[in-house]
Design a protein around this ligand. Sequence first.
Ligand SMILES: Cc1ncc(COP(=O)(O)O)c(C=O)c1O
Length: 390
Amino acid sequence: MKLSSRIKSVSPSVTLAVTGKARQMKADGIDVVSFGAGEPDFPTPSFICAAAKAALDAGDTKYTPKCGADLKAAIVEKLKRENNLNLAPENILATFGGKQALFNAFQVLLNPGEKVLIPAPYWVSYPEQVKLAGGESVFIPTGPEKGFKITGEDIIAHAGDAKILIINSPCNPTGVTYTPEELADIANAVLQTDLIVFTDEIYEKLIYGDTRFVSFASLDERLAERTLTFNGLAKTFSMTGWRIGWVAGPADVVKAMATLASHQTNSPAGFIQAGALAAYTDPAAAETVEAMRQEFEKRGLHMHQRLNAIEGFSCAEPTGAFYCFPDVSARYDKVAGSLEFAGLCLEQARVALVPGIAFGEDRCVRLSFATSLEQIDKGIDRLEEMLKRA
Ligand SMILES: Cc1ncc(COP(=O)(O)O)c(C=O)c1O
């Protein structure tokens, strides 16, 4: 069948492809170590599952006429308590994951050809979602030499007639988190332009060392009317498969997104929302999230040390999310770039990692530390052996 040119312009997610291939190799009996995963390896906390089960048992299985009023109220509270943001229910929309929130926001804001500034490296879905909305991505290059961060100056230099700027801190794939001062510099630059800001804060709870997290929109009250904050429960509460996320932003944009969703998916299921509500309101939540964060911190430090001990690898210490993003280009003697390097690692070392080119940075590869310390050691031992043989 003849597919639309719209879908033909879009590439499938490389990260999902890598994890899928590793999963298939495992199913075929091959002992693969996978650093591909973009999801926590912990089970969803039991109090969240219990709340969803109770909602199921109570018959919360119909369309959700309440449009998520309880959950919206809990998100409003969460934003006040943790993010220093004062918003109302009409500023919130619950979605099928952070992914749908971002997708629909591009759909309701972009006219054909309108530009979106994306710091590179970037999360794989941003440019594809921009394309699907008819927009055009303008990349702001960073790279290891700039610590993978943009500055206010970069924004002024690239703003032109762009409509939207994306900020993702902590960042997938780099593991980098902007300091409050760096964000303030970006905010000052943004206020000199007409840019709308999409701040993707899905990794806000996964920060390490003395890193501090601030919500971009809380930096200056003038930002509220031009900022959309994206978040979700997938990474913080190990709920990737539940498909629940949300957006917080100006009421007119949120209303337009709800109109779009009304012809698309409606609201997330009632029992899913009940689980999310428990995540934001149960007193056990903070302690559970902190235990997972501590475990990620241990793993991240360990992976970072081991990667930097490999000749030709150079890796910044991750300050957030659960990724190391080493520059491995010094070891590209026999390969053309990150795609071939990742292919070699899978074939020869049976280690799955994601080529940096998928994120717009061919010098690097992404390794997720959402896996056990044993798997981290096993995988890095294998990479070392492979590279010694090379
Ligand atoms: C940077 C970033 N934003 C958004 C998402 C979307 O997450 P979800 O749709 O699972 O809530 C992800 C997931 O990988 C991500 O890494």
